[in-house]
Design a protein around this ligand. Structure first.
Ligand SMILES: C[S@@+](CC[C@H](N)C(=O)[O-])C[C@H]1O[C@@H](n2cnc3c(N)ncnc32)[C@H](O)[C@@H]1O
Length: 194
């Protein structure tokens, strides 16, 4: 099996990537992660979805590609300039709400909201405010984080943060977890209905 073959990436992705190449943004999710996100999103018909860290919209494009007509996605980013790329290419889709805000304040002000899938791709909701974000996940909902496999650019402190995050998630009794040493290193957690 070749896991990189026949990914059938959303058409909009190449135009987003072209625009990203003219910026100094270096953090887009890779295609394997995008493909997995799309597959998981498609398992949540009429889903209420949250992405923390829009970036330029690479992962957003994959999420959108898995959504049915009644699903809704909120995607949060604090950098206007980079999110503008995502909005240019995906902003016409009425199912998507682009929020320009600090993830911290979005989380704090949406603690009563409930989501079926949360892709946490920035600091808040991944390395802090994790309890708060998991509190926003419905029973049966999915929490997904990427970039967990070590790379040379990591500081010792960041490596420690990742270990702490994984340990913390593993220790929670309300999550069933799978770790994937694949793509950039992923963890998928399903919130168990207690
Ligand atoms: C790993 S990148 C997201 C990549 C994006 N999901 C993709 O696949 O292209 C993390 C993003 O989080 C944004 N960010 C950093 N700190 C943030 C914060 N406190 N609140 C909201 N967004 C933040 C960065 O500007 C960056 O675009």
């Amino acid at each position: 099996m070749n896991d990189c073959a026949n990914l059938k990436a959303p058409a909009v992705l190449s135009t987003i990537r072209t625009e990203v190449a003219s910026t100094d943004f270096t953090m887009p999710s890779d295609d394997l992660t995008g493909s997995l996100l799309r597959t998981l999103v498609a398992s949540k018909p009429r889903g209420s979805l949250l992405e923390l860290g829009t970036g330029a919209g690479v992962s957003t494009a994959w999420l959108v590609d898995g959504m049915d007509s009644e699903s809704r996605l909120i995607t949060v980013e604090n950098d206007w300039h980079i999110q503008a790329i995502a909005k240019r290419h995906l902003g016409a889709d009425p199912r998507v709400t682009f929020v320009l805000d600090e993830g911290e304040s979005f989380i704090e002000s949406h603690r009563q909201a409930r989501f079926d899938l949360i892709f946490a791709d920035t600091w808040p909701g991944k390395f802090y405010l994790v309890d708060e974000v998991l509190g926003m996940l419905r029973g049966g909902g999915l929490y997904i984080v990427d970039d967990l496999s070590p790379v040379d650019s990591w500081s010792e402190q960041h490596a420690h943060q990742v270990v702490q995050l994984v340990n913390y998630l593993e220790d929670r009794s309300d999550l069933l977890i799978t770790k994937l040493s694949w793509s950039t290193g992923l963890l998928i957690a399903t919130k168990v209905r207690l």
